[in-house]
Ligand binder design. Structure first.
Ligand code: 13P
Ligand code: SF4
Length: 338
């Protein structure tokens, strides 16, 4: 790739709407790193998976697979290469390791947590099970492998509604996202599906900040506005949105709207940046809300992981946890395919 090619693809990202802005000079600085990464990938027989929230130069310049957490977990099962560099957060790397255990999985970002995954422990799940016997325990994919190992089924933001409504048990413990859980309860009730759902106290520090009043304000400025939000946002935000879905589903919704449509995108700003270069003829009124965990991935630390894989942070899990967590993830694939 040349700096001109990179610049041509990134130049439509507008400063002010997102924090990243690309000049030709900046692309000239990035390109030797991108090219070295792409060379080293071949030498090490490695592939790069990247979530849409990481910096655009990672998604555009070096990723072999990109998308939302459900798609990336499916992609992880297909990898033939020896090494997976997962530019995202640790729970996604763990899921890749569980689904493709012979591969070496490396997380390049030093802040590889997630406020949801870090909000709950395996012991919390065991305590909930003891308190609510007979309940099915469903967890969001944003959980550690230890937590998944204690749960019956996991879900992602793209299939939470489908899976929970298809569960044969009407008594469900849903962990850890209380806002996604509240959105789920409202959506089920709206469609006449009655489930007793016990929630936990976790939430995403990026999405919980969005305020319904922000929507009212932007709508008053622009009556044609389409508001697109993530199910980790507050139910008041979901209620006022035109579309609520996973990052991958948001991309599809935006793609299907006519050119010129203005959007207010209520999710991490990496997706906003991505929309700027994928749909330069659509308008995005952005709020920039960044996930420090996702944004701790960089071209530099990906390059470092490929240069010195022995020193990189590898995902290592016990055989017992892997087997039990795999069952929970496999149940998600089974219900999602129904
Ligand atoms: P998606 O599954 O929509 O990509 O969500 C992952 C995530 O971490 C959202 O904050
Ligand atoms: Fe976790 Fe929120 Fe970051 Fe997604 S945006 S990885 S839920 S902290």
């Amino acid at each position: 790739m040349t700096a001109q090619e990179l610049f041509d693809r990134l130049k439509s990202i507008q400063p002010g709407a997102v924090l990243c802005s690309y000049t030709m000079e900046y692309c000239e600085k990035l390109i030797p790193i991108i090219n070295e990464i792409n060379e080293l990938k071949k030498e090490r027989n490695a592939v790069i998976l990247a979530h849409s929230y990481v910096a655009p130069e990672i998604v555009l310049g070096v990723a072999d697979y990109d998308g939302d957490s459900f798609k990336l977990s499916q992609d992880a099962t297909k990898v033939q290469a020896d090494m997976i560099i997962f530019a995202a957060v640790r729970f996604m790397g763990e899921t890749a390791k569980i689904l493709n255990p012979t591969k070496e999985v490396i997380i390049p970002g030093p802040l590889s947590g997630c406020s949801l995954a870090d909000s709950i422990t395996a012991e919390d799940v065991r305590n909930l099970r003891a308190k609510y016997p007979g309940y099915t325990v469903a967890c969001y994919i944003n959980t550690t492998a230890d937590v998944k190992a204690e749960c019956d089924v996991c879900v992602t933001s793209s299939n939470v509604y489908k899976i929970i409504s298809n569960l044969p048990n009407d008594k469900i413990i849903f962990v850890p996202d209380r806002l996604m859980g509240a959105n789920l309860q409202e959506a089920l009730e709206k469609n006449g599906i009655h489930k007793e759902i016990v929630l936990f106290s976790g939430c995403c520090y990026v999405h919980e900040k969005y305020d319904p009043e922000l929507i009212s304000f932007f709508r008053s400025q622009n009556p044609n506005l389409r508001v697109v939000s993530h199910p980790e946002c507050h139910p008041g935000v979901a209620l006022l949105s035109d579309y609520v879905g996973s990052t991958g589903q948001m991309v599809k919704y935006i793609k299907d709207q006519p050119e010129g449509t203005p959007f207010l995108l209520l999710t991490e700003c990496g997706l906003n940046a991505r929309m700027h270069y994928e749909f330069p003829n659509k308008q995005f009124i952005g709020s920039c809300s960044m996930c420090k965990f996702m944004k701790s991935n960089s071209l530099e630390n990906i390059l470092e992981s490929l240069r010195h894989p022995k020193k990189a942070a590898k995902v290592e899990l016990s055989a017992d946890v892997m087997a039990r967590a795999k069952h929970c993830i496999d149940e998600m694939f089974r219900y999602a395919a129904m």
